[in-house]
Design a protein around this ligand. Structure first.
Ligand code: ATP
Ligand code: MG
Length: 658
């Protein structure tokens, strides 16, 4: 983004006039884990000392010699140290007064449930670890995992970490082809999967997909199959290759020594969501990662010993790795896991779970919040949500209207909201409020976490002042940072570290306000250039979602002869709202009124659904392909390829032309 012009600066200033501000209540501040603002200054002055002090909360086999070795872009944290991640997440708690505390509370979609104490979790992890060893898995061997959200999924991750075998989890919603690609990229030796998983009362045929994938994965020698569904789904077992979990794992010994791991040994590989293109195999290592996720989890969610913490992400994504499994368990927190969808058996399912288990901390995504808004406040109103204390959001910028709805109808105007910005690559939350310290503003992720430094830069690498938009970069190494792209160190350097040498290029646009708060604008590719003005798709979307008839919106820039780019809005309406030409007109004017005439969409298109990745992020690049009449780009990471095919056809039939 270039230096803003005068009119653009005025526009941005107008936008930054989000007047609503929510300081932490005195009551919350008093009980908060982190309530001294001096932490920011302390961490800024000596970040290494800050992280090293926090690292004392972990159990080390051998203490580190040096906190950080940084030869940009290559980082080594806690050099010379040794520990085991699973020992820290499970064994040390099982050997403490937390022994009989619930580590995992699991709720199955059909209504079955299971609670694993730290001691029970330890036994299950050990059995799985021994089973893997019996199949010849050794330290350093990769294990692919393709499962639904059952307790065996975190058990499998922790078993891998216990024996030092990097896991590569592939989200259970992915197709055979995507699974095959990821297995081959990581050269995994063993695959752990299930016969299927429950979703909206139906079965996702995991094993059938895996069989298809395994036709082209020569590195896989053995497959462990969990029986989740049973007779209701066919499951062919390949003799000599496939083994049932209940035959292999359940009979293995429940004692297993933790493998001593170097701080920099690989903990896992995880592929990014693929919102912008081909997914990348992000590599995370052991000590720094564990430190980063545990500190942020404790500070940002203000977790207390007896809290029930629920992150609704899937463990197939980084949010699940860091904030369902590793962060919470390292802190000895009870982590709730739900298998299914939010509308099964009805649209009150999440709130029923919150009420029944007395959930204290709830962490979800803007897309889910917009869905709840669409379903109406009547659903959460039926339930007692008074146990909730902190709410979180992650995954996309949150539209201010969705933020306020979350605050009113879920948090009942009592709970601080932490809007957490981070990425698969960062491993841990990077920009976020601290709930006892930060006055929040709807739509802003606020400030970098202590020890983290972020900047907004222009094209030339100069910091953009308050009100200006630019590229978000991180200027200092952090403990949970990814170390490379698996098998492609050159891409690691080129994609992330070459644009501004020595600084991490996030690929996201952001702006700063007068208070130094960061406002994420979405991906750099999602910024439009309309008659020389830089307008973020997210801002136009937020203006559309602000209209009472709109449920969701995706905005793109499409080539326009005069303006360079014109604005096209794909809109889904709230239930019971009828699409009409008058409504289109009204929406265009609504945006013009909220942002300014230059942001008035040229076209509004009503869609019954928007194309999303399997991590539920809107895929604007495919909408651009549709609007510009191109062949669709890579669609393998789409949740439902049918949606985009239908949209394309509808779009062409309505004949919207430039
Ligand atoms: P790919 O990199 O393969 O295109 P992806 O970027 O969607 O996929 P993730 O690492 O899962 O994969 O997502 C990180 C991105 O999500 C961030 O770069 C940002 O665009 C968006 N994001 C996450 N949290 C927030 C937030 N709180 N506010 C704004 N954007 C967010
Ligand atoms: Mg990304």
């Amino acid at each position: 983004m270039a230096e803003p012009s005068v009119s653009q600066r005025e526009r941005l200033e107008a936008l930054l006039e989000e007047k609503r501000i929510y300081p932490p209540s005195e009551e919350f501040r008093k009980q908060a884990n982190w309530s001294d603002p001096a932490v920011y200054e302390r961490a800024r002055k000596d970040p290494e000392a800050f992280w090293a002090a926090e690292a004392k909360n972990l159990d080390w086999i051998k203490r580190w010699d040096k906190v950080l070795e940084w030869k940009a872009p290559w980082a080594r944290w806690f050099v010379g140290g040794k520990l085991n991640v699973t020992h820290n997440c499970v064994d040390r708690h099982a050997a403490s007064s937390r022994r009989n505390k619930a580590a995992i509370i699991w709720e199955g979609e059909p209504g079955d449930s299971r609670v694993l104490t730290f001691e029970m979790l330890q036994r299950e992890v050990n059995k799985c670890a021994n089973a893997l060893k019996s199949l010849g898995v050794k330290k350093g061997d990769r294990v692919a995992i393709y499962m639904g959200m059952t307790p065996e999924l975190p058990i499998a991750l922790l078993a891998c970490a216990k024996i030092g075998a990097p896991h590569s989890v592939v989200f259970g919603g992915f197709s055979a082809e995507s699974l095959r690609e990821r297995i081959n990229d990581a050269q995994a030796k063993v695959l752990i999967t299930a016969d299927g998983s429950w979703r909206r009362g139906g079965v996702v045929p995991l094993k059938a997909n895996a069989d298809e994938a395994l036709k082209g994965t020569p590195s896989i020698s053995k497959v462990i199959v969990l029986r989740r569904i049973g007779d209701k789904t066919p499951c062919r077992m390949e003799p000599g290759r496939d083994l049932w979990w209940h035959e292999l794992v359940d009979h293995a010994s429940d004692r297993c020594e933790a493998e001593p791991m170097d701080s920099e040994d690989i903990l896992y590989i995880l592929y990014t969501s693929g919102t912008t293109g081909k997914p990348k195999g992000v590599v995370h290592t052991s000590a720094g990662y564990l430190l980063g996720v545990s500190v942020t989890h404790r500070a940002i969610f203000d977790v207390k010993e007896n809290d029930i913490y629920w992150c609704t992400a899937d463990i197939g994504w980084v949010t699940g790795h860091s904030y369902i499994v590793y962060g919470p368990l390292a802190n000895g927190t009870t982590s709730l896991i739900y298998e299914g969808s939010p509308d099964y058996p009805d649209r009150g399912r999440f709130w029923e779970i919150v009420a029944r288990y007395g959930v204290n901390i709830f962490y979800t995504a803007p897309t889910a919040i917009r869905t709840f808004m669409r379903w109406g406040k009547e659903w959460p109103e039926k339930y007692d949500l008074s146990s909730l204390r902190v709410l979180g959001t992650v995954g996309e910028p949150i539209n201010p209207e969705a933020w306020v709805w979350y605050h009113q109808h879920i948090g009942r105007e009592r709970c601080p909201i932490v809007d957490t910005w981070w990425q698969t690559e960062t491993g841990m939350i990077m920009i976020t409020p601290l709930p006892g310290l930060t006055a929040t503003k709807p739509g802003s992720a606020t400030k970098p976490f202590p020890g983290i430094e972020a900047q907004v830069l222009d094209e030339k690498g100069q910091p953009v002042g308050p009100g200006g938009g630019g590229y978000l970069v991180l200027t200092r190494p952090w403990p949970a940072m990814f170390r490379t792209i698996y098998g492609d160190p050159e891409r690691y350097e080129r994609q992330y570290w070459s644009r501004y040498p020595g600084k991490y290029f996030t690929g996201d646009g952001a702006k700063l306000d007068q208070d130094g708060y960061f406002w994420l604008l979405g991906r750099v590719d999602d910024v439009m250039n309309v008659s020389g003005h830089r307008i973020s798709t997210f801002e136009v979307e937020s203006a559309l979602v602000d209209h009472p008839c709109v449920a969701e919106a995706a905005v793109i820039g499409k080539t326009h002869e005069v303006k360079g780019q014109g604005i096209a809005g794909f809109v889904t309406l709230k239930e019971n709202v009828k699409p009409s030409d008058d409504l289109k007109k009204e929406l265009r004017e609504h945006v013009a009124k909220k942002i300014g005439a230059l942001a008035r969409p040229d076209d509004i298109f009503f869609a019954s659904e928007l194309p999303k990745t399997r991590s539920a992020k809107i895929m604007r690049r495919l909408l651009r392909d549709i609007a510009e009449g191109r062949v669709l780009g890579d669609t393998t990471t789409l949740a439902d390829p049918g949606v985009v095919a239908k949209l394309k056809q509808q779009y062409e039939e309505e004949g919207i032309v430039d």
